[in-house]
Design a protein around this ligand. Structure first.
Ligand code: SF4
Length: 378
């Protein structure tokens, strides 16, 4: 198990469970230019070079698609700048606001609201280039979906928590709420980009308008949001999106919604159009699996092996899910996601260490087969 603390984990019923590990960090250590002692105000529209997201994109090609086969998932689904982490416009909020626990992913404990000891005065990470080597691989997995710069530059108007310590506590409270709102926005945006989901586009437009209004509100309004209720309403539409996309696959498709598939042997499995909403796929063997048009919202893919798997037009797959998994150059990705840089490095490392459910180094997970639903007795 890679991560133990998930303070902003969503409702599994919504499929948001496990979409991102506990906390912290999306920082390339190079691009944070905001000085600690003065306020910074910048527009949030321009995509700046040097953020982690950009770095991944620059160094990792997207999944390939056979010639002549259209990809129904638009390339710009998750590339809206406001839905991508821009660490250069953030006050290191994920490195301060969120807690983490010493584990396979974090070298030590940190309490919420306390700056990580590696955070520099200029909000850069002091060990950015050595995160994995220094025991902070969890930091390379986290993604705020653009919530960091929204809170820093919009909600708090570019005034950072060091120069205005009286607003620090509120800023740290707003951040995890904003992250959930941005994650919802990201899913809604993807749904609007899927032509198969046209029957629910009107509803999605309405939800996007509502969410955009919310994320642009003041801190008190954001904190007063009933995110659980909101998520439930949005989720009704997201479920429909997934079903409409999955319905494009002929024949019967698998339903593993919320299933415990920890360590499952699914190598080469035909999972086209499967519902894997909120499924626990931690350490699952998905090598060479066909996951096209599968619904992966909230699926926990930590340490899942996606080598050679085909995820090209899967639904609601996010970059943090990919970052938490393993894969290789043969893994086929949706065009809006990037191949994590650490995949190549891990592929070169013989005998990658496996962990048990508690995150302890060990012989690896117990192998289980996915359960089939039994017919009910009358
Ligand atoms: S090690 Fe600390 S400062 Fe660096 S990215 Fe992780 S939480 Fe942020």
């Amino acid at each position: 198990m890679r991560l133990r603390v998930r303070p902003d984990a969503g409702d599994p019923a919504c499929g948001l469970r496990g979409t991102a590990p506990a906390r912290a960090v999306v920082d390339n250590g190079r691009s944070k230019t905001a000085p600690a002692a003065r306020a910074v105000r910048r527009p949030l529209t321009a995509e700046r070079p040097g953020t982690l997201a950009n770095e991944q994109r620059d160094t990792a090609p997207d999944g390939e698609r056979p010639v002549g086969v259209p990809d129904p998932r638009p390339a710009d689904t998750a590339r809206a700048p406001e839905l991508q982490a821009d660490c250069s416009s953030c006050f290191g909020l994920c490195c301060v606001a969120l807690p983490f626990a010493a584990s396979a992913d974090f070298a030590r404990d940190k309490r919420a609201g306390t700056p990580c000891h590696n955070l520099q005065p200029d909000f850069r990470c002091g060990i950015h280039r050595r995160l994995r080597d220094e025991g902070y691989s969890g930091c390379t997995v986290y993604d705020c979906f653009g919530a960091g710069q929204q809170v820093s530059q919009v909600t708090f108007g570019g005034v950072d928590w060091r120069s205005a310590p009286e607003s620090a506590a509120e800023m740290f409270d707003v951040f995890p709420v904003m992250r959930q709102l941005h994650e919802l926005l990201r899913y809604v945006t993807e749904g609007l980009g899927r032509p198969e989901a046209e029957p629910v586009h009107a509803g999605l437009h309405g939800e996007r308008t509502r969410l955009e209004r919310l994320v642009g509100s003041d801190a008190r309004t954001v904190l007063g949001t009933d995110v659980g209720a909101l998520r439930g309403e949005v989720n009704t539409l997201l479920v429909r999106v997934g079903d409409l996309v999955r319905a494009q696959v002929p024949g019967r498709t698998r339903n593993h919604r919320g299933a415990d598939l920890f360590g499952a042997r699914l190598s080469g499995a035909d999972l086209r159009g499967a519902s894997l909403r909120g499924a626990c796929l931690v350490a699952a063997d998905l090598k060479g699996a066909d996951l096209r048009r599968s619904d992966l919202i909230g699926a926990d893919l930590r340490d899942a092996d996606l080598s050679g798997a085909d995820l090209t037009d899967s639904v609601f797959l996010t970059q943090p899910q990919l970052n938490a998994a393993r894969g290789d150059a043969a893994t086929r990705l949706p065009p809006d996601l990037s191949r994590p840089g650490h995949w190549a490095a891990e592929a070169d490392t013989p005998g990658r260490q496996r962990t048990d459910r508690a995150g302890r180094p060990g012989p690896g997970p117990k192998r289980v087969r996915p359960r089939r639903a039994r017919p009910r007795r009358r």
